[in-house]
Design a protein. Structure first.
Length: 178
C-alpha cells in the first residue's frame, strides 16, 4: 500500500514539474523569425494548380515558411526578431494544361521564361523593439535556370523559389551574426 502511495506521489510530482516547465518554455525562447503572407489568395501564382485555383496554396506557403524560418534563424542574433511579410509571390514555372491532357494541368513546367518573383517587406528589431533594419524588396532572378542549385535544394519542391529567398537572406542578414 505504501509503495503505491509513494509511486502516485512521485508521478504526480513529475507531472506537475513537467507542466511547469512546458508553461515556461514559450517565454524562454520566443521565435526569432516570423513569416507572414498578406492576402495569399491574391498572390500572382503560389498554388499547385492552374491560375485561378488555390489548390495547394497552403501547402506551398507552409513549405516556404518552414524553409525561411530554418534558414533565417541562425542569421538573427539572440534577442532580435525578424518579421517578413510577403505581399506577392509568383513561383518559378507555370502550368501548361496542354502538356498534361486529362490531368487538369497539374504539372508545373519550369522554363527560363517563367521566372520566380517575390515582393516582401521586412523589419528587424532588437530586444527593446528598436528597429535595426527594415525595408521592402522585389526579389527576382532572371537567370535562375543557369544557377547551380545548392545540393540541399536540388530535390526540394520549390527549389528555385527557396534559392531566391536564401540569396536575399544571405545578402541582407548573414553579417548580423558574429
Amino acid at each position: 500500500m505504501k509503495t503505491i502511495r509513494y509511486t502516485l506521489i512521485a508521478l504526480l510530482g513529475a507531472a506537475t514539474m513537467g507542466g511547469l516547465r512546458a508553461a515556461d518554455a514559450p517565454n524562454a525562447a520566443s521565435p526569432r523569425v516570423d513569416v507572414v503572407f498578406s492576402h495569399p489568395e491574391k498572390f500572382t501564382d503560389a498554388a499547385r494548380d492552374q491560375r485561378g485555383s488555390d489548390f495547394g496554396l497552403d501547402q506551398n506557403l507552409d513549405d516556404l515558411k518552414q524553409f525561411i524560418v530554418s534558414r533565417a534563424e541562425p542569421m538573427i542574433p539572440q534577442g532580435d526578431k525578424l518579421t517578413i511579410t510577403f505581399t506577392d509571390i509568383d513561383l518559378a514555372g507555370e502550368y501548361e494544361p496542354w502538356r498534361t491532357p486529362g490531368r487538369g494541368g497539374e504539372a508545373r513546367i519550369v522554363k527560363d521564361i517563367y521566372i520566380p518573383r517575390m515582393d516582401l517587406s521586412f523589419k528587424l528589431t532588437d530586444q527593446t523593439g528598436a528597429v535595426i533594419k527594415e525595408g521592402t524588396r522585389h526579389l527576382t532572378n532572371m537567370t535562375f535556370m543557369m544557377d547551380i542549385l545548392p545540393a540541399t535544394l536540388r530535390s526540394e519542391p520549390l527549389a528555385y523559389d527557396k534559392e531566391l529567398v536564401l540569396n536575399w537572406l544571405r545578402d541582407d542578414f548573414s553579417k548580423l551574426r558574429k
